[in-house]
Design a protein around this ligand. Structure first.
Ligand code: HEM
Ligand code: HEM
Length: 176
């Protein structure tokens, strides 16, 4: 086994799951728990943006953000059951991470805007907030599906790796 995910990436991930989850559950009938857990989720995203620039190898955006061509090639390889195993995030996972980070940020921003006086008599931000949260929930479901699928393909428990930080050492043909 080799260490892949540093402690801060792991704490970031599971904290985001918890605070996003509480914000989601408390969204029916807005209250202060909804607002605060949402802002904490926003703070976590801010941390991750910095960590993506200065963190260790597998936490860095440069390690897992790939161009559209690479992402499409990876998805095609997946469809043909020929995709390589990545020790870090694979190109499709990397694209999903970018989408999740941006969408959580927009969710928090539109949530904050609802509470601003200039929107007190307008439903614009409420509508945007409700819409973007649906997009976010869809992305989360696809994200979890991708995690399960990649785990099955390469016979590893990726969720457990996000807890322990460890993954099976790279073998021939894997991308380390
Ligand atoms: C219980 C549900 C979830 C499970 C089991 C799960 C599992 C995982 C796993 C295994 C990875 C690493 C993927 C890889 O090996 O390349 C990951 C990454 C990630 N997930 Fe989740 N996830 C869950 C929910 C969420 C939610 C709700 C969000 C956002 C709202 C989220 C956002 C992310 C992000 C941003 C990353 C990138 C981690 C990083 O490098 O910082 N996940 N997730
Ligand atoms: C990850 C963060 C967040 C998630 C997942 C989330 C999700 C949601 C959802 C699903 C709703 C119900 C929308 C509807 O169908 O009407 C809602 C409503 C609301 N959210 Fe958030 N939210 C988040 C962050 C925030 C933040 C940071 C604020 C700022 C205070 C906020 C303020 C509100 C308000 C005021 C409403 C009620 C809107 C209305 O009256 O219709 N949210 N949120």
């Amino acid at each position: 086994m080799v260490k892949v995910w540093d402690p801060l990436v792991r704490i970031f991930h599971w904290s985001l799951v918890v605070f996003f989850g509480i914000a989601w559950i408390t969204s029916e009938g807005f209250d202060s728990i909804h607002a605060w857990t949402g802002y904490i989720a926003g703070g976590l995203i801010a941390f991750r943006l910095i960590w993506g620039l200065i963190g260790p190898r597998y936490a860095r955006f440069s390690n897992f953000i790939k161009g559209p061509g690479t992402v499409i090639d990876y998805l095609k390889a997946m469809a043909a059951h020929k995709e390589k195993r990545y020790l870090g995030h694979n190109p499709a996972g990397g694209a999903m991470i970018v989408a999740l980070l941006i969408t959580v940020a927009i969710t928090v921003w539109t949530g904050w805007e609802i509470t601003q006086p200039q929107y007190a008599h307008s439903d614009l931000m409420k509508t945007l907030h409700a819409f973007i949260t649906s997009v976010l929930m869809t992305l989360v479901i696809v994200h979890i599906g991708g995690v399960v699928l990649a785990g099955l393909r390469h016979k590893e428990n990726l969720a457990r790796s996000m807890v322990t930080g460890e993954k099976r050492a790279p073998e021939d043909g894997d991308i380390a």
